[in-house]
Design a protein around this ligand. Structure first.
Ligand SMILES: Nc1ncnc2c1ncn2[C@@H]1O[C@H](COP(=O)(O)OP(=O)(O)OP(=O)(O)O)[C@@H](O)[C@H]1O
Ligand SMILES: [Mg+2]
Length: 260
């Protein structure tokens, strides 16, 4: 069964059509890369899947059900998670924000504030957050101020926040923008590891990274072109460091807009 199924989706902001007749099926344990030019509608598609955008035409199903019923199944790392580094908040507190509560958990809580006033966090939630930090290799930073971390470390914390609810799908919007090549590789290695159990959907402009890690590619520029590259990857790899989006799409037999 597909984990996300999008049929005939169209979306407009006011009168400007951003997405047109999108059809996409994402299967369990796919590593899907979403590429396309600036303003092409990549973030808009993720926000539609997350129910942040109310879609006007078509349907989106997550695990066979309407979007809002299964939101806790999706972890989301938004674009531009740059935060005010002077804000005095600890890493563990940032991760705890990722919890989506359900009644059952609230009733189990031993924490008075949490149980009766719905504020604060239960021991269970705190241990889940610590576990998520462990998954991204940042457990020892739990008590540090978020502002004292490097960009790559902060992005790991954002991934931990998205993992807090044990999602089946992790969606990341340009997670490595403004991170150096080494840091980028580490984040993608982490995603590769997570992909053993979780479906990964990542928006990226970095084609060499996509060729290395993704099994499927969706190019979005109002309309969507889909490619399964799981079997053709090796022939697509080139010795050149810089690999242009349009070159890749040409190799895949599709038209695209060059970004480079
Ligand atoms: N909240 C909004 N209200 C109105 N227009 C919007 C809004 N968000 C995005 N847009 C417009 O929708 C179009 C698609 O934006 P979107 O953010 O989905 O592009 P993108 O493919 O993610 O681009 P980028 O690579 O720059 O992140 C753009 O023209 C943008 O200006
Ligand atoms: Mg975007």
């Amino acid at each position: 069964m597909s984990i996300i199924e999008i049929k005939n989706l169209s979306f407009s902001y006011d009168k400007q059509q951003i997405l047109e007749d999108i059809n996409l099926q994402i299967n369990k344990k796919d590593f899907l890369a979403i590429i396309g030019p600036n303003g092409g509608g990549k973030s808009t598609l993720l926000k539609s899947i997350l129910g942040i955008n109310d879609i006007q035409h078509g349907s989106i199903k997550i695990l066979g059900e309407k979007i809002k019923k299964n939101l806790s199944k999706i972890g989301y790392v938004p674009q531009d998670t740059n935060i005010n580094t002077n804000f005095p908040i600890k890493v563990i507190e940032v991760v705890l924000m990722g919890h989506i509560r359900n009644k059952e958990e609230e009733n189990k809580s031993n924490n008075f504030l949490h149980k009766y006033f719905k504020i604060g966090y239960s021991e269970f939630e705190t241990s889940c957050a610590l576990n998520a930090l462990k998954q991204v290799g940042m457990e020892e930073f739990a008590n540090k101020k978020i502002g004292s971390l490097s960009g790559g470390q902060r992005q790991r914390v954002m991934i931990a926040r998205a993992l807090c609810n044990h999602p089946d799908i992790l969606m990341l919007d340009e997670p490595t923008a403004s991170i150096d090549v080494n840091g980028q590789k580490q984040i993608y290695e982490l995603l590769k590891e997570l992909n053993n159990t979780i479906t990964i959907v990542v928006i990226s402009h970095d084609i060499s990274v996509i060729l290395e890690y993704a099994s499927k590619v969706a190019h979005i520029n109002k309309t969507l072109t889909f490619h399964d590259i799981s079997n053709t990857k090796e022939t697509l790899k080139k010795d050149d460091e810089h690999f242009c989006e349009v070159e890749m799409l040409q190799l895949l037999g599709s038209k695209g807009t060059c970004l480079c």
